[in-house]
Design a protein around this ligand. Structure first.
Ligand SMILES: NC(=O)c1ccc[n+]([C@@H]2O[C@H](COP(=O)([O-])OP(=O)(O)OC[C@H]3O[C@@H](n4cnc5c(N)ncnc54)[C@H](OP(=O)(O)O)[C@@H]3O)[C@@H](O)[C@H]2O)c1
Length: 341
């Protein structure tokens, strides 16, 4: 068995992280103890929440400190199993970190059914981002047929799925995304009714008025900031605002102003609610089964942006924070066919 390689946080970033904030460390492959499993990682997920972990924003989750292996979801194959729950060679998903080999307790791993989709989808449309879209849209957004739904970061992992779920529910769906290529993808490939490029549109509130003649019944907010402000000017009666993420602020050095636009809430009897997808982890089976059915029916589509090699993980993470990804940003660590376990 070869050496392990992992990416550690080398320095605490201020603002947008730089490649020099991360370092590749080599060492021996860890050995699993009783009840533990050694996983050879194949796919790594880089996600916006990791920026928050570095800044210790989640009071109930261990932050990533300088010297720590970067935390993150990964998919791999069981290389050694000291627990009867998993056999060598099985595909699993878990929070295994940015590394080639990881030891995990069997209870921390989720078995992947390869019939539902390629293994990488367990980190995207059939994994945490897909479940964020599914439970956030269906349980918090509660879109009704004929209503208008707006989704920001619409070409990203969560937004692309959230908008398609609202389409399946019979809504008019308008995306907001950050390039002409993303706008084209969201409308032509994903089937949204319209999409606005917030980076080039000088009057986002005006564009929303044009795209949403019946006003906005559900806003699935992935970005916060001035995009949120523009949406608030055009709420429909009983509007629901799903606070999924606020990525426009994750690299800010100072706290954003707010809350804003509360008069609109009073006028339109609006409701705003945040949620964390991990609260739904016990129900992932239900959400994955529904999403897999939609995938099989061709009603749910997904895109992946793939970086190659552990050494490119930091670059992929920084690029995702800047919007270079379309769909789910992944890092491929190894070819599955090359596995020799
Ligand atoms: N509540 C939860 O449990 C939960 C779980 C997962 C994810 N989330 C949140 O969901 C959101 C999307 O996550 P994801 O994993 O699907 O990432 P993603 O959308 O695939 O990638 C992030 C995207 O954010 C956009 N972005 C970056 N900076 C921005 C800015 N200043 N203003 C507006 N947009 C910006 C970029 O797209 P553009 O080119 O369009 O700008 C980028 O592609 C994030 O806010 C994340 O924190 C929440």
């Amino acid at each position: 068995m070869d050496e392990n390689q992992r990416i550690v946080l080398a320095a605490k970033p201020h603002g947008l992280p730089r490649e020099s904030d991360f370092a590749l460390v080599r060492g021996p492959v860890p050995q699993p103890g009783p009840g533990e499993v050694l996983v050879r990682c194949l796919w790594l997920s880089v996600d916006p929440y990791m920026r928050g972990l570095i800044d210790a924003v989640y009071p109930y989750v261990k932050p990533i400190l300088v010297g720590d292996t970067m935390f993150g979801g990964a998919v791999g194959r069981v290389a050694v199993s000291n627990d009867p729950a998993f056999a060598v060679g099985e595909l699993v998903e878990g929070y295994l970190g940015w590394q080639l080999y990881a030891v995990a307790r069997a209870s921390e791993l989720r078995r992947i059914d390869p019939q539902w989709g390629p293994p990488s989808t367990a980190l995207g449309v059939l994994g945490m981002p897909g479940m964020t879209a599914y439970f956030g849209m269906t349980e918090i957004g509660e879109p009704q047929a004929g209503q208008t739904v707006v989704v920001s970061a619409a070409a990203g992992a969560v937004g692309s799925a959230a908008g398609q779920i609202a389409k399946i529910r019979g809504c008019r769906v308008v995306g907001i995304a950050g390039s002409a290529e993303k706008v084209r993808h969201v409308v032509d490939d994903l089937g949204f009714d319209a999409c606005i490029d917030y980076r080039t549109e000088p009057d986002l509130a005006g564009a929303l008025r044009r795209c949403c003649p019946d006003r906005i019944h559900v806003y699935f907010d992935n970005v916060g900031g001035t995009t949120y402000d523009a949406v608030m000017t055009w709420l429909a009666l009983d509007a629901r605002i799903v606070i999924c993420g606020q990525i426009s602020q994750y690299n800010d050095r100072e706290a954003e102003v707010g809350p804003r636009r509360l008069k609109e809430f009073e006028m339109w009897r609006a409701r705003q609610q945040g949620f964390r997808v991990l609260d739904y982890r016990p129900r992932y089976g239900e959400g994955i089964a529904e999403m897999a059915r939609w995938l099989a029916q061709g009603r749910m589509r997904y895109r992946e942006t793939v970086a190659q090699g552990l050494e490119n993980s930091a670059g992929a993470f920084i690029g995702m924070l800047q919007g270079r990804n379309i769909g789910k940003q992944l890092v491929q660590l190894a070819q599955d066919a090359a596995m020799n376990h």
